[in-house]
Design a protein around this ligand. Sequence first.
Ligand SMILES: Nc1ncnc2c1ncn2[C@@H]1O[C@H](COP(=O)(O)OP(=O)(O)OP(=O)(O)O)[C@@H](O)[C@H]1O
Ligand SMILES: [Mg+2]
Length: 297
Amino acid sequence: MAVDTRDIVKKREQRYSYGLTLLRDCIEETRDLPNEEDFFKKNVLRVEDITISFGGLNALSDVNLELREGELLAIIGPNGAGKTTLLNVISGFYKAQKGDVYFQDTKITNYSSHKIAEMGICRTFQNIALYTGLSVIDNIIAGRHPHIKYNFLNGMLYFPWARREEARQRAIAEDIVDFLEMEQVRNTTVGMLSYGLRKRAELGRALALEPRILLLDEPMAGMNLDEKEDIARFIVDIHEFLRIPIVMIEHDMGVVMDIADRIAVLDFGLKIGDGTPEEISKNQKVVSAYLGKAGEQ
Ligand SMILES: Nc1ncnc2c1ncn2[C@@H]1O[C@H](COP(=O)(O)OP(=O)(O)OP(=O)(O)O)[C@@H](O)[C@H]1O
Ligand SMILES: [Mg+2]
């Protein structure tokens, strides 16, 4: 069922949530956040002519896509359309048979998934990928790993500055926990959490990586209305407060129409539409392939 968050998002005059200030300070120590003047102008990610097939089935055929600075791009399409495959190609988990992926101006087509994540393209998975035996806070701290400024030996010897660094990393992780309103479950083992809370924890871990681009694969799948609204406002806040461009695969058209700046539509591995929510809702090809009667109305 669709959630109409439009009113909440459009009428708000201030951030919904608290937290993330420590994380933002931390990000700003190493790079400038993009200026609003650059929004929607510069490409941060470009996918060119991507083709990939599995045993004769074309999962993606000549797909072109770009993500611009300051943009929240939604990818929609029926089951099996190739949405997750596209994220897998961008993040280096699948190698396309044809085509290239560019992050800013760097060709990353043949980079390993590890290197791509290190460059700041961070993602969440359709089937949650967390350390189920660790607590929420420890999963988020694990996400901080690339940013921790002491090595193993110093950590073992427990120099005072290593201790300070550990306290700082814990404070950043706590800031993320506060933002995601997970204080009550911060020490709960992830495997014990409800599906919705696990999805939220996964978002927390992706944030801990200080992403330059965030790729979200169905962040609201399987959630009830309240949980969806929570996630929708977290995503909007991450996007606005940290100025992180986001690609979000989502089936819930209420949310997509509400929070996306632009929507790309996949169908049987082909991109059949790309435009603003208004343009997409009027695109006849999209309406008949995906939106059906609900779209026509
Ligand atoms: N590793 C793989 N091996 C074989 N086939 C695959 C593999 N990954 C994806 N496919 C196939 O590619 C097609 C696209 O799958 P994909 O998971 O990208 O769809 P999707 O749009 O994410 O669908 P959903 O909305 O159900 O998540 C499907 O037919 C799927 O079975
Ligand atoms: Mg999928």
